[in-house]
Design a protein around this ligand. Sequence first.
Ligand SMILES: [Zn+2]
Length: 317
Amino acid sequence: MRGYKYREVIQFKAAHDESTVLCGYTEMAKSEKPSANWPVRGRLLLKYSVSMESIQSIKARLSADRPRKDLLEEGAEFFELIRSLERECSIKTMDLLSRGDKSDPTHFDCICAACSLLDDMASCMWECTGGDHSVHRLCGKVSSHSKATLCLLRNGYYDEAFALCRIIGETANLLCLFCADGQELEKWCAEKEKDRADEFKPKDVRGRLNRLGISLPIDEEEYWELSNRVVHANPHTRPQVYNDRDMSMLGSVFQEDGLRSGLSTLTEFLCLTTFFGSKLLHIPNRPKRIITRHINSIAKCSDICLDSYEVEVTNSG
Ligand SMILES: [Zn+2]
């Protein structure tokens, strides 16, 4: 029985979801008609949602015995497909984010505001007090990572967004340690590259924070979960599973669970990075008061108790 190898968009109107569109690297017998029973759980099927072309015309175009394109043509067509999927995912994402009343800030609002604050802090917006600007650069790095995370979330690359969140969480841990013990910052700046890499591994930083009795911005469990799920390759790796069908996805497929969870995680780590960064930098009183007010609003949105962090890092010094 000859099969079709689907590599592009197949519109599939399932009984349970009129607008569902599926495609994937999967074999389907020529005689087999899509039905409400398809997809079968356990197959890797991909849900795209861009084309309104009929399934018959795409089946003809993608049949296994179609003439093969040359490499450049294949690649160029695929890139166009990906771009169109990303555009569609981005529109759905922004539609969702623009809904609701605007009386309370959302995670998205908080992320944008925090990035703005971090950019100001990174660029000595208010005054430059000299020095090596190492903390400024960390603030800039986190702002840049956060903006990239938003791009990834907007385009449906949720796993990759979480991988960047882990790095932001690591930086929050590092800044937290520097707030608790100023000597750690001096050591971090003074060490040679290799010694610094040896002494400030994420695991070691977490260990030192634990010994100081400070709550970790990203703790062992959260770090392990992100590492295992989206960073490290392992035999159970499954890309982009943020849906109630527990299906892996390829391409830019809008998945509300991935978006909401990514925004929430990013807000939490970003809030703490901004909080500890602002404590370490010398910022004049007036802008400092404004920054503190904004950080408190972001913390409220993320249910983070900044007072307890304040007490812990102060008491540990
Ligand atoms: Zn400066």
